[in-house]
Design a protein around this ligand. Structure first.
Ligand code: G4P
Length: 561
């Protein structure tokens, strides 16, 4: 085992294609120890995404069951948030307590450390999901075989495509009367703009569902509905033409499977791991999460093909995970549920090096050194203080207001990770102070809440008008509630008729000045002081773009200047 581990590490180092690795001095001063490289190679950090109700929570839970991290179903409840009615924000408050623990669910599986990052299902929290996707190395997309590709699926996939995140598709609920598998694959390819390659294939569907055939391992997994335990009847079928198959699933199903397998091998290219890693090709699995069916194949293939912790880019350079010095970025901030404790948990994804407890790290935006005495790791439903963590891991850092989403921590290098943008909000309201005696509290509260990423804050002149922009109505209720309960400030909102905000730039200074004057009533600045244009509709935005061709409009906050 030790020999194999060393061999794997050497293979890995050679793969990096840097001759200087072979030079002991350079290696030891710049790159991690062999043991640390092995530790990071064993990490798999991913997110499960789906339209609400496709089965994301169920699949997450089943992964934890298979990994032995939980013993019973029903332990992962954070996604019940999505089921709360829009007005039922108290429920969301309650759920937030649970979702701190379930924001990251780590578990060990076959020698691997797997980190699942939770993404909220409710569409009003879409921005939170988009940001979480910046911290994963790959995703598993769950599609309901009855409903096919749905709205949220499309939006989430757009975000994955922005950074070529590798995607595995799991088609769920095969125990229900769903669509034809070929139609589903075609729909996924067309609607999600990704190539697919089935690795398993269903035999029947709904009441006629008999199991799945693993096209690569040539194994037949027979379906036995069972919600509580992991049951598996796997039969090796080396030759699909054998009569044995007729005996097991019946002649009609056996003939259909033979026909399907032949067609698939004829139509699809062999699966290419490189194309998957490039985000170009998605392997597809079929199963039924609630019945623990098809999960093992998915998980076993996942650990084999899913990427190790990947490099991330700063404005100046690529930071590789095996670099010796620590770096990481904050992708999520969670407020403490207890109003007496204002501290928050900032979730830091480790990009490079080894993170160590009680060591001073450099907060690059604030130009300040910080030390963390209680960094927390999350394993299934447990939290524990950790002494060290590796690339791919997510640590929870207790924070009393130092962090905002996108912040970078390093060991001294002045870097700032890219790829954690704010997205253009779609609902806008003016924030009004209802209690002039609490002006300071309101100001502090709104700055902190927007640092957490609950919403975006814009300021319009004259008059320092505070405009809140969100992707969903629910955030306004959350803001109002939290300002009152955590900061003692009362506020009200006045709706604005804008539908889109975009950042704008231009190389033509005179044109920029002209635009700023003509459109002054539609212009504000974001929290970093960058100008933002508000459009009443997509149509008016288009008109503005046509009228001012020298102005560049940007739909996320990250753009080349
Ligand atoms: P989500 O996180 O993507 O929103 O979906 P979730 O896992 O909560 O699943 C949505 C519903 O679909 C749940 O039913 C769940 O039990 C059901 N489900 C998940 N996988 C399968 C499957 O393979 N087959 C079938 N038939 N159903 C499946 P629910 O009634 O909304 O909730 P619950 O009372 O079962 O918890």
């Amino acid at each position: 085992m030790g020999g194999l581990a060393v061999f794997t590490a050497i293979k890995y180092l050679v793969k990096l294609n840097t001759p200087s690795y072979l030079c002991g001095h350079f290696y030891s001063s710049t790159y991690m120890s062999t043991a640390a490289v092995i530790a990071l190679q064993k990490r798999r950090t991913f997110g499960i995404i789906s339209h609400p109700d496709a089965g994301k929570t169920t699949l997450t839970e089943k992964f934890l069951l298979f990994g032995g991290a939980i013993q019973t179903a029903g332990a992962v409840k954070s996604n019940r948030i999505k089921k709360a009615a829009t007005s039922d924000f108290m429920e969301i408050e309650k759920q937030r307590g649970i979702s701190v623990a379930t924001s990251v669910m780590g578990f060990d599986y076959k020698d691997y450390k797997i980190n699942i990052l939770d993404t909220p299902g409710h569409k009003d929290f879409a921005e939170d999901t988009y940001r979480t996707l910046t911290a994963v190395d790959s995703v598993i997309l769950v599609v309901d075989c009855v409903k096919g590709v749905e709205d949220q699926t499309r939006k989430l996939m757009e975000v994955c495509r922005m950074r070529n995140t590798p995607v595995i598709v799991f088609i769920n609920k095969l125990d229900r009367e769903g669509q034809d598998p070929y139609d589903l694959l075609e729909e996924i390819e067309k609607e999600l703009n990704i190539h697919t390659r089935p690795l398993t294939w269903p035999i029947g569907i709904g009441s006629d569902f008999k199991g799945v055939y693993n096209l690569y391992e040539k194994k037949l997994n027979l379906f036995q509905p069972d919600k509580t335990k992991i049951s598996k009847e796997v039969i090796k079928i080396n030759d699909l033409n054998s009569e044995e198959l007729d005996g097991i699933i019946g002649k009609r199903s056996a003939d259909k499977l033979r026909e399907d397998a032949e067609l698939i091998e004829g139509v699809y290219e062999p699966f290419s791991n490189d194309l998957y890693l490039d985000g170009y090709l998605a392997p597809v699995f079929f199963g039924s999460a609630i019945n623990n069916f098809g999960i093992q194949e998915l998980l076993d293939t996942f650990i084999q093909i899913a990427p190790e912790p990947r490099s991330r880019f700063t404005e100046d350079r690529e930071v590789k995970p095996e670099e010796k010095t620590f770096s990481g970025f904050i992708f999520k901030i969670h407020a403490n549920l207890d109003p007496n404790h204002r501290d928050r948990i900032a979730f830091c994804r480790i990009v490079s090096g080894k993170f160590e407890r009680n060591k001073f790290y450099y907060h690059t935006r604030l130009n300040k050194k910080l030390r963390f005495s209680n960094p927390t790791s999350f394993m299934a439903n447990d939290k524990s203080v950790i002494d060290e963590a590796y690339p791919g891991d997510v640590v929870g850092l207790y924070d009393n207001g130092n962090f905002k989403i996108g912040d970078t921590l390093s060991e001294g290098e002045n870097i700032s990770f890219k790829g954690i943008p704010s997205f253009s909000p779609e609902i806008f309201k003016v924030l009004e102070n209802k209690d002039p005696l609490k002006t300071k509290q309101l100001e502090k509260g709104i700055l902190q809440l927007t640092d957490e990423g609950v919403a975006q804050l814009f300021t319009q002149q004259p008059g320092n008008v505070r405009i809140i922009g969100t992707v969903g109505e629910l955030q306004f209720e959350v803001i109002q509630f939290r300002l009152l309960h955590e900061y003692g400030a009362s506020c009200a909102f006045t709706p604005l008729s804008y539908q889109k905000a975009c950042w704008f730039t231009s190389d033509d200074k005179a044109e920029l000045d002209r635009f700023n004057v003509i459109k002054r009533y539609n212009i504000a600045t974001d929290k970093d002081g960058r100008p933002v244009f508000f459009a009443e509709s997509m149509w008016s935005l288009k008109m503005t773009q046509d009228t001012f061709p020298k102005i560049n409009f940007h739909f996320t906050s990250e753009f080349d200047k």
